[in-house]
Write a new protein. Structure first.
Length: 439
């Protein structure tokens, strides 16, 4: 067993100073086995080290924000060169123009872009803009995990304390009838969805049908490219699937972990937040740090890397090898129906089911526990272009041992005696229980 004592001490102190012990709920200690939540101190490529000196192959890669690896030299060097001349100014810089040109060269159908710092900034700006364009308030969101920290979305989740009722309705992915029902029953300002997810590809005609329904009912179409951008392709999922939205929202991997997001869209809408309109202006986005030079320099270096090399192809190749290796192990042990690696090769997840075949948090936690003690850190198998053959081999070897423990738990019908501590819990839940901490 690895030693996590210093990480545990630091995590306890974090709970004293930071609500939840982390600045992102998905990074919280309740998302990891108890007393096994590493506090990281550095990373290089696909590897990270914690406060106790433990080394890991990391997956998830900064909540999917890192596709080129930690400390990727071209990005680091570009940032260092740029910030030596200043980070934030009282007027726009030429770098903002160059970054905008780079971005718009990648994204089909987008005429204008505005940069910000996180994804919620841009999805909420898209909602605000759509409401101004249509004169409507309600938003239709696909039944997908997450779109924003702001009221219009969080008010639809279990973690909605302090949020007034929101006029947001849901529709089902790959179900045009459910979307048409929402559009017919409610005056919708915009329809927001991810074109694809790790586990779901658009059915033939689905995205085209969404586009047609938005046009028919006068709603704007907004694509969330937070995850798909730079992981499906540098031009996002819309470049792959060929359907053009009115607006699209970007973030995560566009600057290889540096804080940068973007709202892009058609000129006729985006100009409503500018100075070339005769209508009432929309307060689109206005952020102190949106145009700071470090992130824009990082973004330009990322774009150049995607032009010179093919990070997506590398992620897909290593992802396929990882999935095949782990699934072969599970099949050999006769537990392939209970432990499975699935999804797009550049965005893999592992599925953990109990003896009855039901998705299980206790069994998921057991698998996480066994991987951690074998030097693999991650709530998923989302990889990066920095993952080497050696990293994949180590992961498969770790899964070989972890799967045997998983098999033992399935055979005894419980994780009791194998799992240390309480299971992980959903990040967005109404109460601190079942992972409430004593003061």
């Amino acid at each position: 067993m690895r030693d996590y004592r210093r990480s545990a001490a630091l995590q306890a102190r974090l709970h004293d100073l930071v609500p939840g012990g982390a600045h992102t709920y998905a990074r919280g200690a309740d998302q990891y086995p108890e007393a096994m939540a590493p506090i990281l101190v550095r990373g290089k490529g696909a590897r990270v080290w914690d406060a106790d000196g433990n080394e890991y192959v990391e997956y998830g890669m900064g909540l999917r924000s890192v596709t080129l690896g930690h400390g990727f030299a071209p990005v680091v060097e570009a940032v260092a060169r740029t910030i030596a001349d200043g980070v934030n100014f009282s007027r726009p810089t030429e770098l903002e123009l160059l970054a905008a040109q780079d971005f718009l060269s990648l994204v089909p159908g987008a005429d204008m872009v505005k940069f910000a710092k996180n994804g919620s900034d841009t999805t909420t700006a898209a909602v605000r803009l759509a409401r101004a364009v249509t004169g409507r308030e309600a938003v239709a969101i696909c039944e997908q995990p997450f779109f924003s920290v702001d009221d219009w979305f969080i008010g639809t989740t279990e973690m909605n304390a302090g949020i007034p009722a929101v006029p947001t309705v849901r529709f089902r992915y790959n179900d045009l009838a459910s979307l048409e029902t929402a559009l017919r029953r409610t005056a919708i300002a915009c329809v927001i969805l991810e074109q694809a997810t790790a586990l779901a590809e658009p059915a033939p005609g689905f995205l085209e049908g969404v586009r047609a329904l938005c046009d028919r009912y006068g709603a704007l179409l907004v694509f969330d490219e937070m995850i798909t951008g730079f992981r499906w392709s540098a031009g996002g999922a819309q470049r792959i699937y060929g359907v053009t939205p009115d607006l699209s929202c970007w973030g995560k991997a566009m600057a290889n972990g540096f804080p940068l997001s973007a709202l892009a869209g058609k000129r006729e809408y985006m100009e409503l937040g500018g100075l070339r309109t005769d209508t009432d202006r929309v307060f689109l986005l206005s952020t102190t740090h949106g145009p700071e030079t470090a992130s824009l320099a990082a973004f330009r270096a990322v774009v150049q890397t995607y032009r010179d090399t093919d990070p997506v192809a590398h992620m897909e190749e290593s992802g396929r090898r990882l999935a095949a290796g782990v699934n072969a192990i599970a099949a050999d042990l006769g537990i392939g129906d209970h432990l499975e690696v699935a999804g797009r090769p550049s965005c893999l997840v592992f599925l953990t089911r109990d003896p009855e075949g039901v998705p299980s948090q206790p069994y998921r936690t057991l698998f996480l526990q066994e991987l951690l003690d074998r030097g693999v850190l991650g709530q998923s198998f989302v990889n990066s272009a920095a993952h080497t053959d050696a990293d994949i081999d180590q992961t498969i070897e770790a899964c070989q041992s972890a799967a045997k423990t998983y098999q033992e738990a399935l055979e005894q019908g419980t994780v009791d005696g194998l799992l240390a501590g309480r299971p992980v819990a959903p990040a967005l839940r109404r109460t601190a229980a079942p992972r409430r901490l004593a003061r």
